[in-house]
Ligand binder design. Sequence first.
Ligand SMILES: [Zn+2]
Length: 262
Amino acid sequence: MTQHDPAVRHKPLSLLRSGHRNADVARELNVPLGTIGYWLHVDRDKRNACPGRPLPRCPRCDSSALDESAYAYLLGLYLGDGHIIQYSQHRAPSLMITCAESWPGLMDACETAMRAVLPDNSVCRVRRTGCRNVKVYSKHLWCLFPQHGPGKKHERRIVLETWQQEIVDAHPWDLIRGLIHSDGCRITNWTTRTVAGERKRYEYPRYLFTNKSDDIRKLYTDTLSEVGVQWSVLARGSDPFNVSVARRASVALMDAHVGPKY
Ligand SMILES: [Zn+2]
C-alpha cells in the first residue's frame, strides 16, 4: 500500500478534521509533514472548503441573501437579450449579455448587477466587433433563471416563478429598466407647425420596446400598468412586436426611472 492510497489517508484525515495539529499527526503516523499538508488541501478542495475559496453561495439552494433590486434588473436584461450557455458538462454555464460599445454606462450597470447577484462568481467582458459580451459563470444560473430552455425565448413559454414575480412586484422599475436597456430605446420624433405665423418645432419623445416573445411583452406591459405607465401596441406591418409609451405623463415617469441609454 502506498502513502497515496485513499485507505492510508483515512486515519490522518479523520484526526485532522477532528482538530489535531498537522505536525502531531505527521509524527504519530510517521508521514512527512508536507504530505500531511497536501492531503489536507486535497481533502478540503474536494469538499470545496479551501480557506480563501469559499463555496459560491446560491440564494435558491442555500438561502443566501439576494440583492433583489439588482436581480430584477438582471432578469430584465436576461429576458431581453441574454443567453445562458454551457459549452461542456464539466464547465459551469455562463450568462451572457451583449452590450454595445456605444453605451459604456449600460455595460458597467450590467457588470455591477452580475456582481451583486452572484458575488462569489467571476464576471468578465469579452471584446467583439462593436460590442462586448459581459459574462458571469455559475453552476447556479439555472436556479436563478429557470426560464432557460432549448430554442429561442419567443418559441417557448416564459412564465415567472412565484418568487421571481414577488421580486418584480417589489422592484418593478428595475425590471423595466433592464428590459429597456436590452430591447428598448428612447427616441424623439419631431414635427414643425406654424403657430401665429411662426414656424415652431415640436418634439415627441417616446419609449419603444421590441421583443418577439408574447410572454415577455406581456410581462413588460403588465409591469408598466402596475406602475401607472400607459402603453400601446405599435404594429409595424402585421407584427405587433413593438410596445410604445408616448403619453406625456407616462414618458415623464419613464424618464424619472429609466431615461435614455448611456
Ligand atoms: Zn442554486
